[in-house]
Design a protein. Sequence first.
Length: 376
Amino acid sequence: MDLTASGARVVAATRRPGLAPACTVLAGSVISMVGLTWDVQWHDDVGPDTFFTLPHLFLYSGSAIVGLASLAVVLLTTAAQRAGRPVDPRIGGRAIGVFGRTFAAPAGYLVSGVGAALFLLYGLWDQWWHGLYGFDAVIDSPPHIGLLLSVTLSIIGTTMVFAAAREQRWGRIGVFGSLAVLIAFSAVTALGLQQVDLDPVEATSVGSTLLSVLLVFAGAGFLRRPGGAVATAAILAVIQAVFWWFSPWAARAYADLVGLPVRDYVSGVPDMPALMPMALLPVAALVEGYLLIARRRGWQLGRVSVLAGGLAGLLVGATLLVQRGLVYSGHIGDLTAVLATGLAAGVLGLAGGFAGWRFGGMLRLLAPASEVQTHA
C-alpha cells in the first residue's frame, strides 16, 4: 500500500490506493453486524447467553479487524510523514495530528480506530457485567448499548474513509454500502428507546425512522445527483434479505451444536431484519423523484431536503409499525399508534432530511480539493 501522493499518481493506472484498507474496515463492520444479528436471534429463540459465545466472537473479531486495520494505516501514515513524503489524502482523508504530532492519522481511520478502541473498553465492561449478573437476559443492557454505539462510530469512520476516495467508483459504492450497514445497525441501537414511554407513539420506531431518513439523505447529499438515496436503500434491502434467512438458521444451528433446545414458542421471525424498514426503498425512490423535480425547477435542494425528509419520515414511521404488526401478529395493530408514530416520525424526519443532506455534503469535503472542485 503506497500512502504517498506521488506514489499514488504513478500507480493509479494499475492500483487503487486505499482500496485494501478501506475494504478491510468495512469487512470488519460487516462481520460485527453478522455477530449482532446472530446474537439478537439467539436471545429470542434460545435465551440468555454467557460472554464467550460464537456470536460474541464475531462481534469482537469484527471490531478487532477494524481497529488493527486503522492502526496499521495510522502507523504507515505517521512513518511517511516523518520521512518527509506527502501523504495521499484519498486514503482515509487528510492526516490529523494526534497527541500533538506524535501520530498522523487520516480522519476516517482516526474515527474508525477510536470506535474500535471504545468497543474494547465496553467489552471489558460487558465481561464484568456477565461476571456480576451471570447470563445476559436482554439486548439493551448498558454495556450492550455502549458496544453498539462504538461499532456505529467505527462505521461512521468507514464511511469517511470511502468518501475520501469519492472520485473512484469503489469509493462511492463504499459510501452507500457503509451507510446501509449503519442503517442496519441503527435498527438495533434504537431498541435503547424501549424504556421511553410516549404512548401512543412507539419510540423505537420513531428513533429507527429518524436514523434511516438521515442516512438515506446523506447518500443523496453525498452523490448530489440522482441515485444516492436509492443505492443506499437498495443495499439495505439486500442486507435485510440475506439476514432474513441467516438469522434463524444460525441461531438454530448453533443451538444444535452446543446441545441447547430452541424455545417452544419461537415465532420464527428474524428479529433484527424485522426491525429494518422494508418501505425504505420505495420511499427513497419517491425522495429521488422529488429531488429530481426540484433540480429541474431550480429549487434550492437544501431547503427541499427538509420537506422531503418530513414526508419520508411520515411514510417510513407509519409503515414500520404496520410492518412489525404484520410480521409478528398478522394484523396491522392499533391504528391510533400507527398514525401517532407516523406523525412523530414525520416531524423528526424534517430534521433528518436537513441534517442528512448536510452530512452528505460534509462527506464530499473529505475528498482532496482538486477532486472536490472537479467533481462537485
